[in-house]
Design a protein around this ligand. Structure first.
Ligand SMILES: N[C@@H](CCC(=O)N[C@@H](CS)C(=O)NCC(=O)O)C(=O)O
Length: 250
């Protein structure tokens, strides 16, 4: 088997979902650690939406974290990251979709995006009022929904971790990086679920790498990863200045 290449960055929850899936399946990968807004023409050719992650497996290029995880699952079925039973599998897929759409909108773009991406990448001042507005209006609705789903023990689709856990829980470290905290007493099951998934899956270690990258500008990511022993690609598709993608809402 040739080694897999992932174009992406540990700061992104979508990328960590894919990296965690590779690690659970014991698949070796190299990463081209670009910030999506810093992708050049070669990146645009491989990622029509200019988004990360992108998976390269020989001649095969796969876009979108959920599509990539399903590709990995179909090619390397064990250990599985989707439940075997069709109904539970559908539930895992829907929770993944909830994380990719609703949680992304509220937690990634309106909170982390405004708190971290806007000032660091685009030089836009942090809009603290807008962040606070999201924290009191939309964020509690997301948390109430998660609290209804959160498992009392183990993972959300049973004893084994599934893509739903990786996808939902992946957003919480970005929330912490945005210095936005939530009341664990109000959402205790969600709080315990997040802690469990971060402690018992590769996500916790991948989050720690993301945190180190967050402290340096994008051009400094490769040396940080090298110092941590992360396998990186020899060449990068990253460029020096940000290019706004079609999905950027900041
Ligand atoms: N649904 C996509 C979302 C990927 C996504 O939005 N990635 C962000 C980074 S966290 C990105 O590349 N954004 C670039 C842009 O919006 O221009 C997936 O699951 O892969």
């Amino acid at each position: 088997m040739g080694e897999l290449t992932i174009i992406g960055n540990h700061i992104s929850p979508f990328v960590r979902k894919v990296l965690a899936t590779c690690e659970i399946k014991g698949l070796a990968y190299r990463i081209d650690s670009i910030v999506p807004f810093f992708g050049g023409d070669r990146f645009a050719a491989l990622s029509p939406l200019r988004r990360i992650p992108v998976l390269i497996d020989g001649d095969v290029v796969v876009n979108d974290s959920s599509v990539i995880c399903e590709y990995l699952e179909e090619k390397w079925p064990q250990p599985a990251i989707l439940p075997a039973d069709p109904a539970t599998r559908a539930r895992s897929r829907f929770l993944d979709e909830y994380a990719d759409s609703r949680m992304s909108d509220v937690m990634l773009w309106k909170i982390f995006g405004r708190a971290a991406v806007a000032p660091a990448i685009f030089g836009v001042p942090r809009d603290l009022d807008a962040i606070q507005n999201t924290m009191v209006s939309e964020f509690p609705l997301v948390m109430d929904q998660l609290e209804a789903w959160a498992p009392a023990s183990d993972f959300v689709c049973g004893a084994a971790v599934s893509v739903a856990d990786l996808s939902v829980v992946g957003h919480f470290v970005n929330l912490r990086w945005a210095r936005a905290s939530f009341d664990a007493a109000r959402w205790p099951r969600t709080s315990a679920w997040v802690a469990r998934v971060e402690a018992q899956t590769p996500l916790g270690r991948l989050n720690a790498i993301g945190e180190k990258l967050l402290r340096v500008p994008p051009t400094g990511h490769r040396p940080v990863l090298q110092s941590l022993g992360v396998a990186i690609c020899e060449e990068t598709m990253g460029v020096e200045a940000p290019v706004r993608g079609p999905m950027t809402v900041i």
